[in-house]
Write a protein that binds this ligand. Structure first.
Ligand SMILES: [Fe+2]
Ligand SMILES: [Fe+2]
Length: 284
């Protein structure tokens, strides 16, 4: 896979995207929106973590990949910022909600070493690559989603696959990071993902007008969807645990099998919706 930045893409996202774009399902929508809320700040954090060790990269190929990684992540941040504007139009107090995450990121950047922040970035990058596979390898997962949101997530997923090795290689080759630090970072990252997922989806559902009792019942009812035997998150667990193997490298992690379908359609049309449809059609 070649790390290819694709800039200024128009997904046609506007206020006509339904509030609950995931098949009218408030819970599923807000779980994914919770993740999306964190992306612009998260991408900035990933970029600055990698940038801190960019100068120590000696391999010309990796240097080029780092440049392309930064451009890809910057675009992801911008596109998700635009999506978050749509949430604001729905009356979601995005800035107030994100105060907590922003404080946490700042604390991490000031209290942790650059190397540990990069280790955390490699852990989160493993997550995003797995999320790409989780969302797009099978048709059933996003069958009910609005096609424009699916196109946004599809493009992001494809590029996460393309650059999944970059932060890891910078961590090993330039930051000289070791095994214990990266698995410690992954353990912290898992906790952060689960806490953020429940915290943010709950706040979003409250903003949608659901009472505490209604939200509790939604969380319980959707436990199997998230954490059941074939749940969205629990299904990722074996591959999250791959990261704990001493010889792990992201390139060994499962490829998104339908990636070539997206790429071919994108190269032919430069239309993210058609490319996402090809990705969807080629899914299992
Ligand atoms: Fe990204
Ligand atoms: Fe990424």
């Amino acid at each position: 896979m070649i790390v290819t930045p694709r800039e200024k893409i128009d997904f046609g996202l506007d206020s006509s995207v339904g509030r609950w774009w995931f098949g009218g399902d408030a819970y599923k929508t807000r779980v994914v929106d919770g993740f999306q809320l964190t992306f612009p700040d998260g991408e900035r954090y990933f970029i600055s973590s990698v940038r801190g060790f960019r100068d120590g990269v000696s391999d010309a190929g990796l240097k080029e990949d780092v440049r392309a990684f930064i451009r890809q992540e910057a675009q992801h941040g911008m596109q998700h910022m635009a999506f978050n504007e749509l949430l604001k139009q729905q009356g979601i107090p995005v800035e107030a909600i994100l105060k907590f995450e922003r404080k946490a990121l700042k604390l991490m950047e000031t209290r942790f070493s650059g190397r540990f922040n990069l280790a955390l970035t490699t852990a989160f990058e493993h997550f995003t690559a797995l999320l790409a596979d989780t969302f797009f390898a099978n048709k059933a997962t996003l069958a009910q989603a609005d096609e424009r949101v699916r196109a946004l997530l599809g493009w992001h997923a494809v590029e996460e696959m393309e650059h999944r090795h970059v932060a890891f290689d910078v961590y090993v080759n330039s930051a000289k990071g070791g095994y214990l630090m990266r698995v410690g970072a992954m353990s912290l990252a898992i906790c952060m993902v689960v806490i953020a997922m429940y915290r943010l989806s709950d706040i979003l559902l409250r903003a949608d007008g659901f009472s505490r009792a209604q939200r509790l019942s939604m969380h319980l009812k959707n436990l199997p969807w998230l954490l059941g035997r074939k749940g969205l998150l629990s299904g990722m667990l074996p591959r999250i645990l791959d990261f704990y193997r001493p010889g792990f490298h992201p390139s060994q992690a499962h490829d998104l099998h339908n990636y070539p379908a997206w790429l071919e359609k994108w190269n032919e049309t430069k239309d993210p919706l058609q490319a996402a449809q090809a990705l969807y059609d080629a899914a299992h």
